[in-house]
Ligand binder design. Structure first.
Ligand SMILES: [Zn+2]
Length: 331
């Protein structure tokens, strides 16, 4: 451990000299240029019991680690170094599990603060319904400064989720808007980026615009699950300056998926993230249920992008430079 800690300290010192930004991982800050080949949106564990019922009593850390370690090792063996875990509080976020897996595999795993309003609000803790925007933001800022629960582990980003948008112009529900506004405040105060689960193209655009209107920097906002949003919405999100996250690798016909991504690249390669939204140890299912591994980006999507004519330097940008930029702390 001492060797690891002093190695990390030396890396950080040299990163500070080189003015490289850092990414806050479950094992502490890592220079962004060491995040490496990264998966921008995955899940190690989920508990869908709802915010009122989920608790640490519902899973055993060791059992989850034993089950998930081989799946993470598979992508480590393929060269993956960075792993953004998008499971929020209320759906089974457990930094103890993530830290144990980071230590076992060497992956740079990042966890989050924030709440998930999608799913009709089932995963939002009760206090969020009465909290003001400012109170919500303060809770998330406190986690970024003091750590999650009793773990001392700091979130590296903010994860929120919104349902669909309705009306004309498309508008988020009051609860969802509150989450986006609180995320904007917390992002500015903590230097963290925000990944937003979206219930459709209109909701993604509405959330991005609201985040920016409340003072969030466009490049600090990731519109997740943009795969199905269509070329026009993807282009609009990119032109706002936010991130377009194609995180359905392996879940769509590869050639068509790659073609849709490739269409955005000539003008917006610097706004695109890739991942598989895969996993997870399903709390409550025997043995964690049927886990979908994390290899779809390296084994399915990247070959399809290469076949679609995407250049190696662009692949490197999408999988290495972009995630490092999206999840580094703003200084
Ligand atoms: Zn997800």
């Amino acid at each position: 451990m001492l060797v690891g800690a002093s190695l990390l300290a030396a890396r950080l010192a040299s990163a500070a000299e080189r003015r490289v930004p850092v990414i806050e991982t479950v094992r502490g800050p890592v220079p962004a240029d060491q995040f490496g080949l990264a998966l921008a949106h995955e899940h190690i564990m989920c508990d869908f019991a709802g915010a009122a019922l989920t608790s640490r009593q519902r899973w055993e850390v060791d059992a989850v680690v034993r089950t998930m370690r081989p799946h993470l090792q598979q992508v480590v063996d393929r060269g993956v170094r960075g792993f953004v875990d998008c499971t929020p509080a209320g759906i089974g976020r457990d930094p103890r599990v993530l830290r144990a897996l980071a230590e076992a595999t060497g992956l740079h795993i990042v966890t989050n603060t924030g709440y998930y309003g999608a799913g009709g609000g089932k995963y939002v803790p009760e206090h969020a319904r009465t909290d003001t925007v400012e109170q919500l933001a303060a809770r998330w800022v406190a986690e970024c400064e003091q750590g999650i629960e009793d773990t001392g582990i700091l979130p590296g980003f903010i994860k929120i989720g919104v349902n669909g948008a309705s009306g004309q112009p498309p508008t988020l529900s009051a609860m969802d808007a509150k989450l986006v506004e609180a995320a904007a405040i917390a992002a500015v105060r903590t230097g963290r980026s925000v990944t937003c689960h979206t219930g459709g193209a209109e909701a993604g655009l509405a959330a991005a615009r609201l985040f920016i209107a409340r003072g969030g920097a466009p490049a600090r906002f990731v519109v997740a699950h943009a795969d199905g949003h269509g070329a026009e919405a993807q282009r609009q999100v990119a032109e706002l300056g936010a991130w377009v996250s194609f995180d359905a690798a392996g879940q769509r016909p590869a050639a068509a998926h790659a073609a849709a991504i490739a269409a955005l690249l000539p003008r917006h390669a610097d706004r695109v993230l890739l991942s598989g939204d895969a996993g997870w140890y399903w709390v409550g299912e025997p043995g964690g249920g049927q886990v979908r591994g994390y290899t779809a980006v390296t084994d399915v999507l990247l070959p399809a992008l290469r076949a679609a004519g995407v250049a190696p330097t662009t692949i490197e940008q999408l999988t290495v430079r972009n995630p490092a930029a999206a999840f580094s702390l703003a200084v």
